[in-house]
Design a protein around this ligand. Structure first.
Ligand code: NAP
Length: 269
């Protein structure tokens, strides 16, 4: 029997097999979870590229797949109505979504457009609020909600720019939601992952530099693997973490604890 046998949940944010949500999903699947998934709506229904790319990964085990743009309340309502119909109640929800328009993400932060800021915050932060608001109607006490964040929300990471501002808001939002939903027995947490090559991270400036820094400066002197992030994510969503609430768990080879480079770090080489 797996850790998730008999447990049901919703996963938002698998774009492809590099997605962090996919790394977590594989662990959940292997532990027996029943899951439903969403993808961004396809612009051309004749060529459903988004749906196809998700279906390729989850076709063998999904309960259902639905289009959902988190900016659209009708999409969100439809997903939760379907989840209620198919699952009755759910045990977990994974929010693994972020976006900022390229021109705004490039920085500088003081030059970010008003519309770009609103859009980035809406998709990367408000979406967690809108998912939690709907999830509480169908989530069992003991349920768990997890979002993904990055160190750039706590400290300045050059190149992360407006997304760092969004992650700071997301981490604070996680705490407020954890406080509110805690009284209903629902846990909300965040996982702060080290850099992993994905569609989203490829848009972040200086990503390759960050990968080098993590392997030189982190206590483990290496980057984390998708599997390590997947395992920690599944743990936070599981009953094994039943006392963990409002936490931002760093899964980053320990990079976040360093205040100065280790003695063996080769700087500028
Ligand atoms: P990813 O595979 O590109 O996942 C991002 C997901 O967000 C995609 O599935 C994307 O859908 C979805 N999305 C964007 N706008 C959306 C919208 N309006 N409605 C619904 N879905 C939308 O990249 P990832 O790296 O796994 O990112 C997942 C999360 O991890 C993000 O919050 C990211 O900030 C965080 N994170 C990533 C890293 C890293 O190094 N990769 C490190 C720490 C934290 P489409 O692809 O279909 O647009």
């Amino acid at each position: 029997m797996g850790m998730f046998t008999g447990k049901k949940g919703l996963v938002f944010g698998i774009a492809n097999d590099h997605s962090i949500a996919w790394a977590i999903t594989q662990q959940l699947r292997d532990e027996g979870a029943e899951m439903a998934f969403t993808h961004l709506p396809d612009k051309d229904p004749e060529r459903p590229r988004m749906e196809r790319r998700l279906r390729k990964l989850v076709d063998d085990f999904d309960k259902f797949i639905m289009p959902c743009d988190v900016q659209n309340d009708d999409d969100l309502d439809a997903v939760f109505a379907k989840a209620k119909e198919e699952f009755g109640e759910i045990d977990f929800l994974l929010h693994s979504i972020a976006y900022a328009p390229m021109d705004d993400l490039k920085g500088p932060v003081h030059g970010v457009s008003r519309d770009g800021f609103k859009l980035s915050m809406e998709i990367s932060c408000y979406s967690l609020i809108s998912l939690c608001h709907r999830a509480r109607d169908i989530m069992k006490p003991g349920g768990s909600i997890l979002t993904l964040t990055y160190l750039g929300g706590e400290k300045v990471i050059p190149g992360y720019n407006v997304m760092g501002v969004c992650k700071a808001a997301l981490e604070s939002t996680t705490e407020y939601l954890a406080h509110e939903l805690g009284t209903e027995g629902i846990r909300v947490n965040a996982l702060s992952a080290g850099p992993l090559k994905t569609l989203s991270s490829s848009a972040v400036g200086e990503f390759d530099q960050m990968v080098k820094l993590y392997s030189a400066f982190s206590p483990l002197r290496r980057n984390v693997t998708p599997e390590e992030v997947g395992k920690a994510g599944a743990w936070l969503l599981s009953d094994m973490a039943s006392g963990v609430v409002g936490e931002t768990l760093h899964v980053d080879s320990g990079y976040h604890i360093m205040g100065a480079p280790p003695h063996d770090a080769k700087i500028g080489e």
